[in-house]
Design a protein around this ligand. Structure first.
Ligand SMILES: C[S@@+](CC[C@H](N)C(=O)[O-])C[C@H]1O[C@@H](n2cnc3c(N)ncnc32)[C@H](O)[C@@H]1O
Length: 332
């Protein structure tokens, strides 16, 4: 790699995909081209890679970092959901490996005006594809209170969703990341004070003094709402659900799919899909005779997700929630 930036679980992804000379690979979330560079290096001298991203800024970075591989790398601004169409365009019948490194990149998080982060003040945008029609501000200002609460609960798994939605609706219009983060912080603080006063009447405990209290650094109360908005703006879970069967269908026999997810909602979709597709029968367990006719199309290479080492987490704290799952296409 020449950029100095190591993508998450870099070695683990290469070990999973085992790129080889003559192989064809897809990086469906090419970003700055970190994993893609590794795949092209490992498949030297003639492995080919198709890199996709919906973000044109990411593609410019990838173009620069992959320039040294010349025609071995092809890039396209497209969603990974369209990968079958994209390989048709290249006249590829199938591929030997696919990597999906889901979610937001460091570049996107650190670019203030993209509005992904509450650490800086910027318009509420959060689109991976700047040409996309829906921004986070649209959702925050147009959804009704119930719709907002459902979104925050479903995609952010935040137990304060109803309170947060109520406070947002009261303070609308909400245009910037800081404005939104402050509303949430105020709301959650008030609710914590309320919970404390309720509990101290009952048992006089310190707030958070329960034995289950986490010792890790507390997360900012806006984290979950920001996650929910990003997922909703980019329809991330729909995309993950759509791409998994597509990816398996274009893998050659023995080809591998590696998926890195960063939160439990994504990881659950990948885990359930891999479990189901690695079984010959998916009839309900109480059914005595199989009627589904389902045949396994993959084997799971690792039963439990691969996590970053402590060394990687120390070096890149953003990697701490990454989980890698790997499946191999089997010949039916
Ligand atoms: C975590 S980054 C990938 C980083 C990359 N592995 C690297 O080595 O630099 C995720 C990338 O996926 C892109 N992305 C998100 N949803 C996408 C989709 N549906 N199709 C294609 N790219 C997508 C984002 O724009 C972002 O650039």
């Amino acid at each position: 790699m020449d950029s100095g930036h190591r993508p998450v679980l870099y070695q683990e992804v290469l070990q999973a995909l085992q790129p080889r000379s003559g192989g064809r690979y897809i990086d469906g979330t090419v970003g700055a081209g970190g994993h893609a560079s590794g795949i092209l290096e490992a498949s030297d001298p003639d492995g080919l890679l198709l890199g996709l991203d919906v973000d044109p800024v990411a593609l410019t970075l990838a173009k620069n970092s992959l320039a040294r591989f010349g025609l071995r790398a092809t890039l396209a601004q497209a969603s990974y959901v369209t990968m079958r169409q994209q390989i048709n365009n290249l006249d590829w019948a199938d591929v030997d490996g696919i990597i999906l490194d889901l979610g937001v990149s460091s570049m996107q998080l650190d670019t203030e005006q993209r509005g992904f982060s509450f650490q800086t003040d910027a318009p509420l945008d959060m689109r991976f594809d700047p040409g996309g029609s829906l921004t986070a501000a649209d959702l925050v200002n147009r959804l009704d209170e119930n719709g907002l609460a459902d979104m925050i609960y479903r995609y952010g798994e935040d137990n304060n969703a109803r309170r947060i939605a109520h406070a947002i609706v009261k303070d609308r219009p909400v245009e910037t990341t800081r404005q939104l983060a402050e509303i949430i912080q105020r709301t959650v603080k008030q609710s914590r004070r309320h919970q404390y006063s309720q509990r101290s009447v009952k048992d006089n405990r310190e707030p958070g003094a329960s034995p289950t209290r986490s010792r890790s650094k507390p997360v900012h109360p806006a984290t979950r709402t920001f996650q929910a908005l990003r997922i909703a703006v980019n329809k991330e879970l729909d995309a993950v659900e759509a791409v998994l069967p597509e990816a398996i269908s274009i893998l050659a026999s023995g080809g591998r799919l590696a998926v890195i997810s960063f939160h439990s909602l994504e990881d659950r979709i990948v885990k359930q899909f891999f479990r189901q597709e690695s079984r010959d029968c998916i009839c309900p367990p109480h059914q005595p005779v199989c009627t589904c006719g389902h045949k396994a199309s993959i084997t799971e290479i690792v039963r439990r997700p691969i996590r970053p080492s402590q060394v990687e987490i120390d070096h890149n704290p953003r990697s701490r929630s990454a989980r890698l799952r790997v499946a191999e296409k089997i010949n039916n």
